[in-house]
Design a protein around this ligand. Structure first.
Ligand code: BV8
Ligand code: ZN
Length: 252
C-alpha cells in the first residue's frame, strides 16, 4: 500500500465510511447500475422506485420490495461489512453513512448507521407518512415480480409503502445534515462500492475532499485519480477493506 496513504490512515482521527450497493454485492445483493446484473439494468427505476409507481400499482411495487427484502433476509454480511464494523474500535471516531437500504451493516455489528435512502425494514404509511408500529414479518415469498397486497397503517388504515427514499423524494433532513457535517469534519473518507451518480448523496466525497480530507475509493471499476489526496483502490470491497483496516490498526 502507498506509504503516504498508510501514514494518513495511521494518524486518522475521524474516518467517514460512505457506502453504496457495491459493499453488499458480495453478499449476493444486486447493485443498481452494474451492467446486465444491476437492478436498473433489468427493471425501470421510474416504474418501481417512485411515488407515482406505487400510486399506479401498489401491489407490484410492494411485491418487488418484498422480493428484495427476502434477498437481504436470506443472506449474511460479508467481510467488507465486518471490516467496517471492526474499524469503529480502531480509530478515535468513525461515522458510517450508507446509501443502502439493507441492514447488513447493522448485522455485522456497526451501530449508529446513517441511512440516507431509508431502510427496507422500516415501512411507512403512504397516506399519513407515519412509520409502521409493528415490525414486518419475515418475508415469505421468493417469487420475483409477484404482486403482494401491502399491509395497512394501524393509525389511518392507509397502505404501507417501503421505507426507502424514492427518486424525486427528499432525503431525511437530519441524516443528510449529519452526513455533510461529518464530510466537512473527517480527515479520511472511504467511499466503498458506489457509482457516485445519485444526488445529493454523491456530493459527500467531494465535500470531504474540498474540506481537506484524504478520499479513498474502493471499487473494481477504477477511475482516474484527481489529486494527491485522492486514491482509487481497484478491487472488491471484501478484499480491500480488511487490508485497509490492517493499515489503520498498524502502530496504533
Ligand atoms: C432528491 C432507494 C430532491 C430506493 C435510491 C429528476 C427528477 C427528480 C430528481 C432528479 C431528477 N434528476 C436527477 C434527480 C436527482 C435524483 C438523482 O440523483 N437521479 C440520478 C439517477 C441521476 N435524486 C433523487 O431523486 C433524490 N432526491 O434529489 O430530492 C428533489 C425532490 C424533488 C424533485 C427533484 C429533486 C433521491 C435519490 C434516492 C433514490 N433512491 N434507492 C431503492 O433502493 O429502490 S437510489 C439507489 O442508488 C440506491 O439507494 C443506491 O444506494 C443509490 C446509489 O447507487 P450505488 O449505491 O452507487 O449503486 P450502483 O449500482 O450505482 O453502483 C455500485 C458500485 O459498486 C459500482 O460502481 C460498482 O463498480 C461497485 N461494485 C460492484 N461490486 C463491488 C463494487 N465495489 C466494491 N466491491 C464490490 N464487490
Ligand atoms: Zn397512516
Amino acid at each position: 500500500m502507498d506509504q503516504g496513504l498508510l501514514d494518513v490512515l495511521q494518524n486518522a482521527k475521524h474516518v467517514l465510511v460512505f457506502t453504496g450497493a457495491g459493499v453488499s454485492a458480495e453478499s449476493g445483493i444486486p447493485t443498481f447500475r452494474d451492467a446486465l446484473v444491476g437492478l436498473w439494468a433489468r427493471f425501470d427505476p421510474a416504474a418501481l422506485a417512485t411515488r407515482e409507481a406505487f400510486r399506479r400499482d401498489p401491489t407490484f411495487v410492494w411485491g418487488w420490495y418484498e422480493w428484495r427484502r427476502m434477498q437481504v433476509y436470506n443472506t449474511q454480511p460479508n467481510l467488507a461489512h465486518q471490516a467496517i464494523a471492526e474499524l469503529s474500535a480502531i480509530v478515535p471516531k468513525l461515522t458510517l453513512v450508507t446509501q443502502n437500504v439493507d441492514d447488513l451493516h447493522e448485522r455485522a455489528g456497526s451501530t449508529e448507521v446513517i441511512h440516507l435512502h431509508g431502510s427496507l425494514n422500516k415501512p411507512r404509511c403512504f397516506a399519513c407518512a407515519r412509520f409502521a408500529t409493528d415490525p414486518l414479518p419475515p418475508p415469505d415469498d421468493p417469487t420475483e415480480g409477484r404482486h403482494l397486497e401491502p399491509p395497512r397503517c394501524s393509525h389511518c388504515g392507509g397502505k404501507l409503502r417501503p421505507g426507502v427514499v424514492w427518486f424525486g423524494e427528499n432525503l431525511p433532513a437530519q441524516a443528510l445534515a449529519q452526513s455533510f457535517a461529518a464530510a466537512k469534519d473527517c480527515d479520511v473518507l472511504l467511499s466503498v462500492g458506489t457509482s457516485g451518480v445519485v444526488e445529493p448523496a454523491a456530493q459527500i466525497p467531494d465535500i470531504a475532499w474540498r474540506a481537506g480530507a484524504t478520499v479513498v475509493h474502493i471499487n473494481p471499476d477504477a477511475k482516474c485519480v484527481r489529486t494527491p489526496r485522492e486514491f482509487w483502490l481497484d478491487g472488491r470491497a471484501s478484499e480491500v477493506l480488511p487490508l485497509l483496516v490492517q493499515g489503520f490498526r498498524s502502530s496504533r
